[in-house]
Design a protein around this ligand. Structure first.
Ligand SMILES: NC(=O)c1ccc[n+]([C@@H]2O[C@H](COP(=O)([O-])OP(=O)(O)OC[C@H]3O[C@@H](n4cnc5c(N)ncnc54)[C@H](O)[C@@H]3O)[C@@H](O)[C@H]2O)c1
Length: 302
């Protein structure tokens, strides 16, 4: 297969590229290197360097593609609150550009990477795809807008699209530096620097942590399994394992410092795990790596 991966130099995108190359696929990466790194790019993979805001670049990269995986995004909630307009451009206009270029270049399959953040707070902690989304940040709303463009494009143009709502993906190559690092990467950096791990609020907020290998398997299945044309199939990609921030801090190890009031209180969900039964039915996928196992793969003993 000839595949295009936008955001293929980032954390998850680079693991996806590795898995596609290992299958023998031809891969073209579109990335502007804003958070991605050249070190993540495999030898032999073509890089179309530039932004998903450049429609011409996308069209030429997607010519003859069998599948487009759209991962490029400003993937940080806090950053979207600081810069709602700039992140909107990349996350919404960028997604629309990718969809439009995929359609115009005749790519039969599109996989759009969404986020469990679209749920926000719900009545229960087990998230199901038919719940009414309740975005608590510009990032979450932007990801939802991307999904809705996918639904519209599938219907208007008869495309086959899957939108995957990833739940907190972690693993080797996850970001540990920078002001917008996610919780596991931040804890890792603080522990390695001998600093206390800063737990926002009481640390009772829970998440489902998904090992990157599991997320990549689901993504490849979403690009290859038979799915209905004219539909955007929305699927949770996460685990049912519910882990609090405090438990995560204990797993990483080190002194903990609670920060009160929680600086993320206004936009942080309380409890969240994934009902992945739809992904199991549609793709035959289920997570295979527990948090403890994934931890050992992420932080192998030195
Ligand atoms: N990491 C998670 O837990 C998580 C959870 C839910 C959803 N997601 C989604 O998964 C995708 C990948 O996230 P990640 O964690 O690997 O983040 P990342 O920041 O490591 O990767 C994003 C990649 O997109 C590239 N990019 C950013 N803006 C671009 C632009 N305008 N044009 C071209 N390339 C651009 C970056 O350079 C980077 O290589 C994102 O769509 C994100 O929203 C991630």
């Amino acid at each position: 297969m000839r595949c295009v991966v936008t955001g293929g130099c980032g954390f998850i995108g680079s693991h996806l590229v590795d898995a596609l190359v290992a299958r023998g696929d031809e891969v073209i990466v579109v990335d502007d290197m804003s958070t991605g790194s050249n070190a993540n790019l495999r030898e032999g993979v073509r890089l179309a360097e530039g932004s998903v805001l450049d429609a011409g670049l996308l069209r030429s990269a997607m010519e003859g593609a069998d599948c487009v995986f759209h991962l490029a995004a400003w993937a940080r909630v806090a950053r979207s609150i600081e810069d709602p307009v700039g992140t909107h451009n990349v996350n919404v206009l960028g997604a629309l550009n990718a969809l439009d270029a995929a359609r115009k270049s005749g790519s039969p399959r599109i996989v759009y990477i969404s986020s469990s953040s679209v749920y926000g707070d719900q009545r229960t902690h087990l998230m199901q795809e038919d719940m009414t989304p309740n975005p608590l940040s510009p990032y979450a709303l932007q990801k939802l807008a991307g999904e809705q463009y996918c639904t519209l494009y599938a219907r208007l143009f008869g495309l086959t699209i899957a939108s995957l709502r990833y739940f907190n993906v972690y693993g080797p190559r996850q970001a540990v530096d920078g002001p917008y690092t996610m919780v596991m990467g931040r804890f890792q950096r603080q522990r390695d620097a001998g600093e206390p791990l800063s737990v926002y609020g009481d640390g009772a907020q829970t998440r489902s942590y998904t090992y990157v290998g599991d997320a990549v398997n689901a993504t490849i299945l979403a690009g290859t399994k038979e799915l209905p044309a004219g539909k955007n199939v929305i699927l949770n990609i996460g685990t049912r394992e519910e882990t609090s921030v405090m438990e995560l801090a204990r797993l990483i190890g080190g002194e903990v410092q609670n920060i009160h009031p929680n600086p993320r209180g206004a936009f942080e969900e309380r409890r969240k795990t994934a009902d992945y039964s739809r992904a199991k039915a549609a793709l035959g996928w289920e997570p295979t790596v527990s948090l403890r196992e994934g931890f050992a793969l992420t932080y192998p003993p030195r």
